[in-house]
Design a protein around this ligand. Structure first.
Ligand code: CP
Length: 301
């Protein structure tokens, strides 16, 4: 693996390996045998992804190089490539990058440290996809034949794209559900209504209305009752069905605020899982590049 950009780079075996690895990381102390620097380069706002990468890196004993766009030489016109190349030059061993462009990684092909995609425009969010897989796997122990609906602002979501593809590949029945104008016609999955979805789906994966990516400001007064997960709709879900949401949540818009922490919500579990799956991904990538020695790492456990 050169850089970890897309969830589609992983084989099914690699996915299951990383899910198992994430569970291992929950219960071990990890101490690296050598100094490794991780640069977290977030060119778009983030709370969960950035902070869970930071916690994952610190738990592994990596030295974390933080980066604030506002205080960086980007403000003097430095390019993305030169910024990442600078981190490579000063000794970063891995770069975790989020950027608003759909394909920012294309200009970084010649960078000689591993890059992990922490969010690319509206196209990919592979580490979110992996933590969602971990959360579903913990719940059901499988993906085959699960009915999973992804609901909401599909068109502007990078999570929908990553998750739909990998869940389908792992054997789940993937459905989409969107308000008019929020459909993504490039995604080849069946659309169903929310009222159909809540009765037949094991996993209801809600998405945020992504105002920051809309061309026109959208009113949300009736969105919850028309297109969102209301208390009434939640009552019609199957007993064992769970609610996911990558967050941040627009409480009272795509989901009733009372459901965010209800008994079938796994939203905060997803965030906790994010730390361990990111540890597994970091270890995997660092080993692939020979930065971490597989045999020395075994002694860290
Ligand atoms: N889910 C997610 O990517 O959240 P952040 O934007 O806070 O990182």
């Amino acid at each position: 693996m050169k850089h970890f950009i897309s969830i589609n780079q992983l084989t099914n075996e690699e996915v299951y390996h990383l899910l198992d690895k994430a569970e291992t990381f929950r219960s071990i102390d990890y101490n690296l045998p050598n100094q490794i620097f991780a640069a977290n380069l977030f060119f778009e706002p983030s709370t969960r992804t950035k902070m869970s990468f930071t916690v994952a890196e610190k738990k592994m004993g990596l030295e974390v190089l933080d980066f604030q766009v506002e205080a960086s030489s980007l403000k003097k016109g430095e390019s993305l490539y030169d910024t990442v190349k600078t981190f490579e030059a000063i000794g970063a061993n891995v770069a975790v990058i989020r950027h608003e462009s759909d394909d920012w990684f294309r200009e970084l092909d010649q960078i000689n440290i591993p890059i992990i995609n922490a969010g690319a425009g509206t196209k990919e969010h592979p580490t979110q996809g992996m933590l969602d897989l971990l959360t579903i796997y913990q719940e059901f122990g499988k993906f085959e034949n699960l009915n999973i609906v992804i609901v909401g602002d599909i068109k502007h979501s990078r999570v929908a794209n990553s998750n739909a593809q990998i869940l389908h590949r792992l054997g789940a029945n993937v459905y989409l559900c969107a308000a008019p104008g929020f459909e993504d016609t490039t995604m080849n999955f069946p659309y169903i209504t929310l009222d159909e979805a809540i009765r037949c789906c094991d996993v209801v994966m809600m998405l945020r209305v992504q105002h920051e990516r809309h061309d026109h400001k959208m009113g949300t007064n009736n969105y919850l009752s028309q297109f969102g997960l209301t208390l009434e709709r939640e009552q019609q879900m199957m007993n064992h069905a769970i609610i996911l949401h990558p967050a941040p949540v627009n409480r009272g818009v795509e989901i009733d605020s009372a459901l965010v922490e209800c008994s079938r919500s796994r939203i905060f579990k997803q965030m906790s899982n994010g730390v361990y799956i990111r540890m597994a991904i970091l270890e995997y990538v660092l080993q692939e590049w020979g930065i971490l020695d597989e045999y020395l790492v075994k002694e860290c456990y």
